[in-house]
Design a protein around this ligand. Structure first.
Ligand code: ATP
Ligand code: MG
Length: 426
């Protein structure tokens, strides 16, 4: 708790307020507000909020944290009114939402909330949202590299006319290494040495889409900023055109085009299958390869991605957790008659060539799941995490690492297959 009031007889100026139907439903928010702001925040009901915002006292307010849950969905007009009034008064808005339908959330966010955090609040999430508002906070900010030397807006014109190969990567358990693989595969494809004379050495145009809207870390692994414009693109795909899509992309080292995850953590169901289809269609029309980093959770639009995929990479490790999740996924795909044949299984941190018992375990895993494990990726130890932390693909940072060679080989064979398919078509 904060300092005893007797030491602090002047009431602290109120710089922020929570606004909710009943703040006691949001215990964690109270705790976090206290630790962020001590005594200098207040609590308002929906009715009081409008009144307070129109009083001179409101001038000191830096932000309001509007907390809503599913019961408030009937009251959206009133809540929208509070958001608009706050914006008019120059007060920033952080939206805290618990089990609110995507449609309602969408509506509230579009009114111009400056930040969004799901409830229950993830550790540190309110702090980060406040930091992003530019609120001066005595606590030192975490060390995030501020410059993104390689980040540029793409220079190409989004004129369409291509028909890209869609390659989603889905970690079948958290942390198995899906994003690392997606990022490095995309980079290898974008920089492939083209042995084909006819192609005149132009490497394929590659786009990486980070569809892990919550914890997407492709931007971290390439040291690219997460930007607001991505949210704008996702929240209104119907009006997207080549130009707005291009503007939402960033370019890494002039070669790889990336749609990072949005700046704020968004619920995965903020988009529908239709939105996802539009984004993939746009990416396919402008790129030769579209690599997609998928969240490990299966969501309503996973099916849309699977349907658009040429090959769908499922990444696992050699453990029970991966095995059981793979089994569940395969069952789910079968029961919905989804295209199971597109799945290609990758085993990350695979046992070494010389590890015979390890190899026997891989064989048993494949047999018990009745799948073939197509690609084995070596364990790269700390080197991989360090490259990720530095925001560099392994080809740049540790080109000789066996893991990198595994990914390069796979990229080459994908590019080769694609050339063969194109040649057959023409
Ligand atoms: N082959 C490997 N050898 C060693 N470390 C690895 C390997 N692959 C990934 N890692 C490390 O494992 C961690 C998780 O990797 P990554 O973020 O790619 O996984 P993910 O499946 O995308 O996780 P999430 O579920 O959070 O999306 C990172 O620290 C990464 O550097
Ligand atoms: Mg990931």
């Amino acid at each position: 708790m904060s300092a005893a009031p007797i030491l602090n007889p002047e009431p602290a100026p109120i710089v922020a307020c929570t606004v909710s139907r009943d703040v006691s439903n949001f215990d964690l928010l109270i705790e976090d507000m206290e630790s962020e702001l001590g005594e200098s925040w207040g609590d308002l009901s929906f009715d009081d909020a409008l009144l307070f915002l129109s009083q001179p006292d409101a001038e000191n307010l830096e932000f309001v944290a509007i907390a809503v849950d599913s019961e408030d969905e009937n009251d959206l007009t009133r809540i929208s009114g509070i958001i608009t009034t706050a914006k008019e008064k120059g007060v920033r808005v952080i939206l805290i939402a618990e089990e609110v339908s995507p449609i309602a959330l969408h509506q509230l966010l579009r009114l111009g909330a400056d930040g969004f955090v799901p409830y229950p609040l993830p550790e540190g999430a309110l702090h980060e949202a406040i930091e992003r508002l530019g609120h001066s906070n005595p606590a030192p900010a975490p060390q995030v590299p501020a410059h993104h030397a390689q980040a540029e807006s793409p220079s190409f014109k989004a004129t369409g006319g291509r028909d890209g190969v869609v390659l989603p990567v889905h970690g079948l358990a958290g942390g198995v290494g899906a994003t690392t693989f997606a990022v490095n595969l995309a980079w290898e494809l974008a920089t492939i040495q083209d042995g084909n004379k006819k192609a005149k050495g132009t490497p394929p145009r590659v786009c990486l889409l980070d569809f892990d809207f919550q914890f997407g870390s492709a931007s971290t692994y390439l040291d690219l900023p997460r930007r607001e414009v991505v949210f704008e693109l996702l929240s209104d795909t119907a009006t997207m055109d080549g130009e707005s899509f291009r503007q939402a992309l960033l370019t890494f080292n002039e070669k790889l085009h990336v749609l990072t995850a949005p700046a704020d953590m968004l619920p995965l169901d903020i988009v529908t299958g239709e939105d996802i289809d539009r984004i993939i269609d746009m990416a396919r029309a402008n790129f030769d390869f579209v690599v997609i980093d998928m969240p490990s959770t299966v969501v309503s639009w996973t099916e849309a991605v699977l349907n658009q995929a040429h090959v769908y990479f499922g990444m696992i490790e050699l453990d029970m957790r991966s095995a059981q999740n793979a089994l569940r996924l395969i069952r789910a795909l079968k029961s919905e008659s989804l295209p199971l044949e597109k799945m290609r299984y990758l085993l990350n941190r695979a046992p070494k060539f010389t590890d015979l018992t390890g190899k026997a375990r891989v064989k048993r895993l494949a047999e018990s799941l009745d799948i073939s494990i197509d690609v084995l990726l070596s364990d790269g130890g700390r080197t991989i995490t360090q490259a990720n932390d530095h925001g560099l693909p392994l080809a740049v940072n540790a080109a000789k690492l066996p893991y990198r060679k595994d990914v390069l080989k796979l990229a080459q064979s994908i590019a080769e297959l694609n050339r063969a398919a194109e040649a057959a078509q023409s």
